[in-house]
Write a protein that binds this ligand. Structure first.
Ligand code: SAM
Length: 287
């Protein structure tokens, strides 16, 4: 039974092992049964699923996942948590604990080994200091993925889900839109964690597109254009892109592309939709 989603039982485990929180690993453990159930429900875990949990901590959410999934792979960097996980997860035979930095794990190989290469689901209360590298790494690698349901800092969830015109709109929003359909599931108070984080959190679910929403000649070039457009937000696209050192892209090329798109010379990247960035990238791309 999943028994850890409760402050008293979590504190008892921490005391039993004399556990010291490591701030540099972003350790804020969930203690709220309602939120834990909501995350696992939102991820739509069934007994056919293979789930990757990033950062299981003392195994709280892992217990909920083990109750529902066929297989759970839990990757934890902090070796002082491994004996605790072996204890709190001892009643489950469908979990594999891996003591590694998630950024150095070959996740595609795990999907191959534990799910015959079929798409896996990622569920996590993420360590906030590496949210973007984890999420972008998952998107950009060749990992077969069905969905990513994660707790992140509330502001980051807003950046992930927003569109043109908002101050939060940027390269992260466009990457998330390119790869997935994102929905914020819940806003979570600091009171739901031990220790309490200084910020509010959100649970966001990103369901990967079966087919990309835009067609581009070269994805790497699209993202080079997007990053360059937001590097200096206050600059016009013409200035931002022609100063970015993109191979073969001159100021004249950008001006001509904007004319073809019916856009004024003064336009800024923050007003462009994903479709418009795709059109611009295709116009500027040289084989
Ligand atoms: N899942 C637990 C929960 O909800 O109570 C803990 C979540 S806590 C926010 C983040 C967890 O990620 C911690 O256990 C931390 O040690 C682990 N972690 C931090 N950096 C990591 C990394 N690079 N690779 C794997 N795990 C990491």
């Amino acid at each position: 039974m999943a028994y850890l989603g409760n402050p008293g039982r979590t504190i008892a485990v921490l005391e039993k092992y004399n556990f010291n929180f490591r701030k540099n690993f972003g350790q804020n453990f969930l203690i709220d049964d309602h939120i834990l159930t909501k995350i696992v429900d939102a991820a739509g875990i069934t007994d056919e699923d293979c789930v990757l949990e990033i950062g299981p901590g003392i195994g709280t959410m892992t217990q909920y996942l083990c109750e529902r999934a066929r297989k759970v792979i839990a990757v934890e960097i902090d070796n002082s948590l491994i004996p605790i996980l072996n204890d709190t997860l001892s009643e489950y035979d469908n979990v594999t604990i891996i003591n590694k930095d998630i950024l150095k794990v070959d996740i595609a190989a795990l999907a191959e080994e534990y799910n015959e290469g079929r798409p896996i689901k990622v569920v996590a209360n993420l360590p906030y200091y590496i949210t973007t590298p984890i999420v972008m790494g998952l998107f950009e690698s060749l990992v077969p993925l069905e969905s990513i349901t994660v707790m992140v800092q509330k502001e980051v969830a807003e950046r992930m889900q927003t569109g043109p015109g908002s101050k939060d709109y940027g390269a992260l929003s466009l990457s998330v839109a390119f790869y997935s359909k994102a929905e914020v599931i819940a806003v979570v108070s600091p009171n739901c964690f031990i220790p309490k984080p200084k910020v509010e959190s959100s649970v966001i679910r990103m369901t990967l597109h079966k087919q990309k929403p835009v067609e581009v000649k070269d994805e790497t070039f699209l993202f080079a254009i997007i990053r360059a457009s937001f590097q200096q937000r206050r600059k016009t696209l013409i200035n931002g892109l022609s100063n970015a050192g993109l191979p073969g892209v001159t100021k004249e090329d950008v001006r001509n592309a904007l004319i073809q798109m019916g856009k004024p010379e003064t336009v800024r990247g923050e007003t462009f939709t994903l479709e418009e960035f795709a059109t611009l990238a295709n116009l500027l791309y040289r084989e």
